[in-house]
Write a protein that binds this ligand. Structure first.
Ligand SMILES: *[C@@H]1O[C@H](CO)[C@@H](O)[C@H](O)[C@H]1NC(C)=O
Ligand SMILES: *[C@@H]1O[C@H](CO)[C@@H](O)[C@H](O)[C@H]1NC(C)=O
Ligand SMILES: *[C@@H]1O[C@H](CO)[C@@H](O)[C@H](O)[C@H]1NC(C)=O
Ligand SMILES: *[C@@H]1O[C@H](CO)[C@@H](O)[C@H](O)[C@H]1NC(C)=O
Length: 337
C-alpha cells in the first residue's frame, strides 16, 4: 500500500487547522479517502482520476478535505448545511432519534444530490467547462459528506452537535464535537502509532481483515427491506443500491447514546478512560471503525457508479430482504491484499 504524501501533509497541517475545521478534521477526511482508495476497482480509480483536478494525483484523500477549505466562499454557501443533519426530537444520551424529514439541505440530501450528479454525468458526460467543474465539485463533496455522515455528532442536534458541549481534554478546555472530529484520532495516532498516520491507516486495514472481517462484508450492504425516504432524485439514486444515507445516519446517531454522550460531564477528562474506551479493544476500536466504514461505503458507491460490471454478485440475491454485498469480490480482494 502506498504511503501518500497527502497523509503526511495532513498530519503536519493538523496543528494549524484543528480549531478551524468542522466535520472530521483534515486528517480524518484524508484517512477516509485513502481507505476508500484501497477498495476502488482499477476502472473506478481511473474514472475518479479523470474527474479530479490533476494536482490530486487521482487520490480521494486529496479530494476529501476540499469542502472545508471552500466553505466560506459565497459561491459555495449552499453546501454548508450539507455537512451535518439536525434531526428534530433528538436528545442524547436519553433519546437518540433520527427522524428524517426530506426537504432541507443536510448531509443526507447532500449525498443524494452529489451521487445523482455523479451518476447523471456518468450517463451523459460533461461537455462544457461549467459541467466539468460541477462534476468535479460533486465528487469532492461526495467524498467529504461520506466522512461527515459517519461522525456521530454530525447526525445529532443537541448543543449544535456537541459544539456547545464543553469538555476537559487533559487540563485544557475543549468541546465534544472537536473531540470526535479530531482529538481522539490524533491522540490515538500519537500514543499508539508513534505519531505516524500511515501506521494508523495500516492498522485500520489490518483490523478490517481480522477483527472486523465478518462485519466489514456487510458495511456496503443497504437493507433493501428498509425504505429510504423518497427524494427528488429517486429516478437516479434508486439504481444505486449501495447508497442509503438515512440508514447510515440512523446507526451513527444511535452511537451518540451508547458512547458519545453517555455520562456526559463538562468537567470529565475525556483524554483518560473515555478515550481508552472509544479508541480501544472494548469498543472494537470504534473511532477507527467509523473511518473504515465510511471509506468502504464510499468505495462501494463509486464502484457501483463507475464499474458496475465488475461484480458477479451484483444480481445474486440472498434469502430475505437483504441483498448480498454488492462489491463483495472487490472488497474481499482488497481485504486479502
Ligand atoms: C475487477 O476489480 C478487481 C478488484 O479491484 C480487479 O482486481 C480486477 O482486475 C477487475 N477486473 C476487471 C475486468 O476490471
Ligand atoms: C444539488 O444542490 C444544488 C444546490 O442546491 C442544486 O443547484 C443542484 O441542482 C442539486 N443537484 C441535483 C442533481 O439536483
Ligand atoms: C431524474 O429526474 C430529474 C428531475 O425530475 C430530471 O431532471 C432528470 O433528467 C431525471 N434523470 C433521469 C436519468 O431520468
Ligand atoms: C468505559 O467502559 C467501561 C466498561 O464498559 C464503563 O464501565 C466505564 O464507565 C467507561 N468509562 C467511560 C469514561 O466512559
Amino acid at each position: 500500500m502506498r504511503l501518500t504524501a497527502s497523509l503526511v501533509a495532513a498530519a503536519s497541517l493538523f496543528a494549524l487547522s484543528a480549531n478551524s475545521v468542522h466535520g472530521y478534521g483534515l486528517l480524518g477526511h484524508t484517512l477516509t479517502g485513502q481507505i476508500a482508495q484501497q477498495f476502488l476497482t482499477p476502472t473506478t480509480a481511473k474514472e475518479v482520476a479523470t474527474i479530479l483536478p490533476a494536482s490530486y494525483d487521482g487520490l480521494l484523500s486529496n479530494a476529501a478535505p476540499w469542502p472545508d477549505k471552500i466553505k466560506f466562499l459565497a459561491q459555495y454557501k449552499w453546501a454548508t448545511p450539507m455537512h451535518f443533519v439536525n434531526p428534530p426530537n433528538d436528545d442524547p444520551p436519553e433519546k437518540c432519534l433520527f427522524e428524517y424529514a426530506y426537504g432541507g439541505q443536510d448531509s443526507v440530501n447532500g449525498l443524494y444530490n452529489m451521487t445523482a450528479t455523479l451518476k447523471q454525468f456518468k450517463v451523459t458526460p460533461p461537455t462544457t467547462d461549467a459541467d466539468k467543474s460541477t462534476l468535479q465539485d460533486a465528487l469532492r463533496f461526495f467524498v467529504h459528506f461520506m466522512g461527515d455522515i459517519h461522525q456521530p455528532l454530525h447526525d445529532s442536534t443537541r448543543d449544535r452537535g456537541g459544539n456547545d458541549a464543553p469538555i476537559m481534554w487533559g487540563r485544557a478546555k475543549n468541546n465534544l464535537h472537536s473531540l470526535w472530529d479530531t482529538l481522539l484520532i490524533t491522540k490515538d495516532i500519537k500514543d499508539r502509532f508513534k505519531d505516524d498516520p500511515q501506521a494508523y491507516l495500516d492498522d485500520i486495514l489490518k483490523l478490517a481483515k481480522t477483527l472486523w472481517q465478518a462485519e466489514a462484508k456487510t458495511w456496503a450492504v443497504c437493507d433493501q427491506g428498509q425504505t429510504e425516504i423518497k427524494n427528488p432524485w429517486l429516478n437516479v439514486t434508486s439504481e444505486i443500491k449501495t447508497l442509503c444515507p438515512i440508514q447510515w445516519a440512523t446507526v451513527a446517531n444511535a452511537l451518540d447514546c451508547t458512547y458519545v454522550w453517555k455520562d456526559y460531564s463538562p468537567t470529565k477528562d475525556y483524554s483518560a478512560e473515555y478515550f481508552e474506551n472509544v479508541t480501544g479493544p472494548q469498543t472494537e476500536f470504534l473511532v477507527q471503525k467509523l473511518l473504515a466504514i465510511s471509506g468502504i461505503r464510499m468505495a462501494a458507491v463509486l464502484n457501483e457508479i463507475y464499474d458496475p460490471s465488475n461484480n458477479t454478485l451484483l444480481t445474486r440475491r440472498r434469502e430475505g430482504a437483504r441483498l448480498p454485498p454488492r462489491y463483495l469480490r472487490a472488497l474481499e480482494q482488497a481485504l486479502a491484499r
